[in-house]
Design a protein around this ligand. Structure first.
Ligand code: NAP
Length: 306
C-alpha cells in the first residue's frame, strides 16, 4: 500500500522528534528546510541526530527547500507560532486540495491565522507535552516523555493515519475538545512563564510568590469562563501549583528563550489572553499589568515584544 508522505516543515526540536520516529518506522518523511544554504548544511551533516536516553542515532531523512514542486498532502508544521502563518502562506500553492496540516504550535492565535491562509486544507490542532531541545545543528535531545492531543474544531472525524503515530511510538489521542486543551495549556503557561522571566527564577521558586500566582489564576479562570471555556478553568490554581512543584528544578520555556536572547511566543500566550480579555471587555488588572511588565522587560533586553 502506498503511504501518504509526511512533509515536515522545520527540523527544530519537535520537527526532528517527529521526523525521526516516523522515519525509523519506515514511513515516508520529507523535511522542508528554510533555503539552499540550510539544505547544504543539512546534507553535510548527513541527516538528523536524535539522542534518547544518552544514545544518539543518525536518521538520513530526505530534505528539500520551499522550491520543490512536489504536491503536499500532509504537512506537519513544526515551527514557532510567530513563523507559522508566513511559512504556510509560502507553502499554500503546494498544498493539494483536501491536504491536512497538523499544527504543533504552542498557545493560541497562530492556528486561526494558518487556517485562514489555507482554506483548502484541513487544519488539525495539536497540544503537546513532549519535551525536546536542540543540542546542536541538526541534533536534538528527547528530554521529556509526554503526550500529544490532536483535534479539529471544525470536524470531529479522526484522521485515518493516527495508527501511524501509534506504530511510531508517538503517544497521542484524538479529542473533540482540542480548544479546551489549548486554552488550559495557555492558562498554565500564563500563570507560570511570565513570572519566571520577571523574577528570573526556576519554576519552583514561584512557591515564594503564592499570592501573585493565586491572583493570576483567579483572573485566568474568569477569562476562560468568558471565552466559553469553563472546563479549562476547573481547578486551575491547583494544577498550576502541582506543575510548579513537579517542575520545580526547571526553567520555563519562556525563561529559556529570554536567557538565550531568543524571541518568545508572548503574543500567542499572555498577549493572546489579554487581547481576548479586551475583546470581551473584561478588566483583568493583574494579568494586564503582567503583560505590560513583560513587554517592557523584553524591550529593555532588545528582544521582540510581540
Ligand atoms: P525550534 O526548535 O525553534 O524549531 C523551529 C524550526 O522551524 C527550526 O528548525 C526553524 O528552522 C524552522 N523554521 C522557522 N521558520 C522557517 C522557515 N521560514 N522556513 C523553514 N523552516 C523554518 O522550535 P520547537 O521548540 O520545535 O517549537 C515548535 C513549536 O512547538 C513551538 O510553538 C513550541 O512552543 C512548541 N512546543 C515545543 C516543545 C519543545 O519541547 N521544544 C514542546 C511543546 C511545544 P532553522 O533551523 O533554519 O532556524
Amino acid at each position: 500500500m502506498q503511504r501518504t508522505p509526511w512533509h515536515i516543515l522545520g527540523a527544530g526540536s519537535l520537527g526532528t522528534l517527529w521526523a525521526c520516529r516516523l522515519a525509523r518506522q519506515g514511513l515516508p518523511v520529507t523535511l522542508i528546510l528554510r533555503d539552499a544554504a540550510r539544505l547544504a548544511s543539512y546534507e553535510t551533516a548527513g541527516g538528523l541526530t536524535l539522542t534518547e536516553q544518552g544514545t544518539g542515532h543518525l536518521y538520513p531523512v530526505p530534505a528539500e527547500t520551499f522550491d520543490s514542486q512536489v504536491p503536499i498532502k500532509r504537512l506537519l508544521l513544526a515551527c514557532k507560532a510567530y513563523d507559522a502563518e508566513q511559512v504556510v502562506t509560502r507553502l499554500a500553492p503546494r498544498l493539494a486540495e483536501g491536504a491536512e496540516v497538523i499544527l504543533l504550535q504552542n498557545g493560541l492565535g497562530s492556528q486561526d491565522a494558518v487556517a485562514a491562509a489555507v482554506p483548502h486544507a484541513r487544519c488539525i490542532f495539536a497540544s503537546s507535552t513532549e519535551g525536546a531541545f536542540r543540542s546542536g545543528d541538526w541534533q536534538v535531545t528527547f528530554a521529556g516523555h509526554g503526550f500529544t492531543w490532536l483535534g479539529d474544531p471544525a470536524n470531529p472525524v479522526q484522521p485515518y493515519w493516527l495508527n501511524e503515530l501509534t506504530d511510531s511510538g508517538i503517544p497521542h489521542q484524538w479529542t473533540a475538545d482540542i480548544l479546551t486543551r489549548l486554552w488550559r495549556k495557555l492558562a498554565l503557561n500564563c500563570a507560570i512563564n511570565p513570572l519566571t522571566v520577571l523574577h528570573d527564577c526556576r519554576n519552583g521558586d514561584l512557591q515564594q510568590h503564592p499570592a501573585q500566582v493565586a491572583t493570576l489564576c483567579a483572573e485566568l479562570a474568569e477569562l476562560l469562563e468568558h471565552c466559553g471555556q469553563p472546563e479549562a478553568a476547573v481547578n486551575l490554581l491547583e494544577e498550576v501549583q502541582r506543575v510548579i512543584q513537579a517542575t520545580a528544578a526547571n526553567f520555563s520555556s519562556m525563561h529559556q528563550d529570554v536567557a538565550r536572547g531568543q524571541r518568545t511566543e508572548i503574543s500567542y500566550l499572555l498577549g493572546y489572553a489579554c487581547a481576548a480579555a479586551d475583546r470581551h471587555c473584561r478588566s483583568l488588572p493583574h494579568l494586564q499589568r503582567l503583560h505590560r511588565q513583560l513587554v517592557q522587560h523584553l524591550q529593555a533586553l532588545g528582544l521582540p515584544s510581540t
